[in-house]
Design a protein around this ligand. Structure first.
Ligand code: ATP
Length: 142
């Protein structure tokens, strides 16, 4: 059987569908590390961490921030079921900056916090930093 030459990429969150496109390559923030996926990849199921997802169509790359969820990989298809995701150009930079500052304040006084509060602040910080990083890619091309 011939190997597929492209991947059908689908990205959905509980709120909306963000992508359903033919792509050449996808890089996903897996919980155990970055997963680079090309057509013909071995099937796998993995969980997602807070991170940057990007995909390539020809010479054009597209960047999204994602937080938690699952990725299913088949030889001709990648399905992302993300808890939260935004495309780079849709990220509100001022909102992410405010979230970063709030998380920083919460992390700076850990003595008054439970481990759970600290973990929540750490995740909020990671989400804010990834949003700021991904937003800065909105105007770049490889
Ligand atoms: P905030 O504290 O600013 O609300 P958050 O990390 O608590 O951020 P989430 O719970 O992850 O927000 O997301 C709630 C909704 O808001 C999701 O639909 C998410 O895509 C959207 N969202 C959160 N932050 C931003 C942002 N900076 N720009 C655009 N959309 C955002």
């Amino acid at each position: 059987m011939a190997l597929p030459t492209t991947l059908t990429l689908e990205i959905v969150t509980p709120d909306r569908a963000l992508a359903r496109e033919e792509v050449d390559e996808v890089v996903v923030p897996g919980s155990e590390g970055e997963l680079g996926i090309l057509p013909g990849h071995t099937p796998l199921l993995a969980t997602l961490k807070v991170g940057e997802l990007w995909y390539r169509q020809g010479r054009e790359t597209h960047h999204l921030s994602v937080a938690f969820g699952f990725v299913e990989v088949l030889p001709d298809r990648v399905t992302i079921l993300a808890h939260v995701a935004e495309r780079a150009q849709d990220i509100d930079i001022e909102r992410a900056e405010r979230a970063r500052r709030r998380a920083e304040e919460r992390l700076e006084k850990p003595s008054a916090q439970t481990d759970l509060d600290f973990e929540r602040a750490r995740i909020a910080m990671m989400k804010a930093l990834i949003r700021l990083q991904v937003a800065s890619r909105a105007r770049t091309r490889v």
